[in-house]
Write a protein that binds this ligand. Structure first.
Ligand code: ATP
Ligand code: MG
Length: 264
């Protein structure tokens, strides 16, 4: 059995606000295996970002153990954690956090510069990654010269730069329209297969359930696994996904006439 990417055991993360204790994550148990596309769902404030930050070594638990590639994050120094993040983990944030003065190419290349990769290898890898996300023709564009979906793809390419084992994406489709968001999820799914990386994606978007290998939900800090049998048979979002995949998608705000759903 291949080594787990991350293992979370009885993990709680408590924030102290004034006299109040906020349990952002309660007693979570989670095993993240290699080569999987994992979705993390839950309402705003349910603890998704907090859990991603723990799994990504940006934060340490109040109680319990988080092991990232067999290293216990509470026993690691800040410097060790920084090195682990830099070389093994890629992050994609909702606003993408691209550097506005750099081109798409330069944004993708930057983490490789920071990691000390040689110029020629950097160049080759940056071009390969832009090709992977379908942006070779936009390499010289700066972020404001790209669409939202294209910016997201640059962020994915950048996060893959140092060949991480784990890609953490925190609501990367939050600001995108539903079809562009769906395209981004399908791109994640392809990257998991092609690059062998594990993707954990936090999202409100229910359509991810049809694409991800596993879906987990958070509710008031409690993590549980979601099973397809829990699906509502008439879930409108699932219908949208199926329509989009079949090329029958209709833009939002242009509802079909109520009486004649099959009309154009
Ligand atoms: N730094 C902090 N200090 C105190 N409380 C915090 C802090 N960060 C988060 N919280 C609280 O922890 C809970 C979980 O927050 P978290 O950001 O993980 O939620 P989320 O599921 O990512 O929400 P969203 O979908 O809105 O991004 C919330 O109740 C939030 O108010
Ligand atoms: Mg969040």
């Amino acid at each position: 059995m291949a080594q787990s990417i991350a293992v979370v055991e009885s993990v709680s993360r408590v924030y102290h606000v004034g006299r109040e204790d906020v349990y952002a994550v309660r007693e979570a148990n989670w095993q993240i295996d290699p080569g999987r596309f994992i979705a993390l769902q839950g309402r705003s404030g349910s603890g998704k970002t907090t859990l991603l930050n723990l799994v990504g070594g940006l934060d340490r638990p109040t109680a319990g153990t988080v092991r990232i590639m067999d290293s216990d994050t509470r026993r690691m120094s800040d410097r060790e954690l920084t090195m682990l993040r830099r070389h093994k983990i890629g992050f994609i944030f909702q606003a993408f956090a691209l550097l506005p003065v750099l081109s798409a190419y330069e944004n993708v290349e930057l983490p490789m510069r920071i990691a000390g990769m040689g110029g020629r290898k950097r160049h080759e890898r940056a071009l390969e990654l832009l090709d992977l996300v379908g942006l070779s023709k936009r390499a010289s564009h700066r972020p404001f010269e790209l669409s939202g979906g294209e910016q997201g793809r640059v962020a994915i390419a950048r996060a893959l730069a140092n060949e991480p084992a784990l890609l953490l994406a925190d609501e990367p489709t939050g600001d995108l329209d539903s079809v562009t968001g769906l395209q981004m999820m399908l791109l994640f799914s392809r990257i998991v297969r092609q690059e062998g990386v594990t993707v954990v994606m936090a999202t409100h978007d229910l359509s991810v359930r049809d694409i991800a290998d596993e879906t987990f939900t958070m509710s008031d800090g409690v993590l549980s696994r979601w099973h397809p049998s829990q699906e509502e048979p008439s879930d409108p979002i699932n219908t949208l996904v199926r329509e989009a995949e079949a090329g029958q998608w209709r833009p939002p705000n242009r509802e079909a006439p109520k009486q004649a759903p099959s009309g154009r």
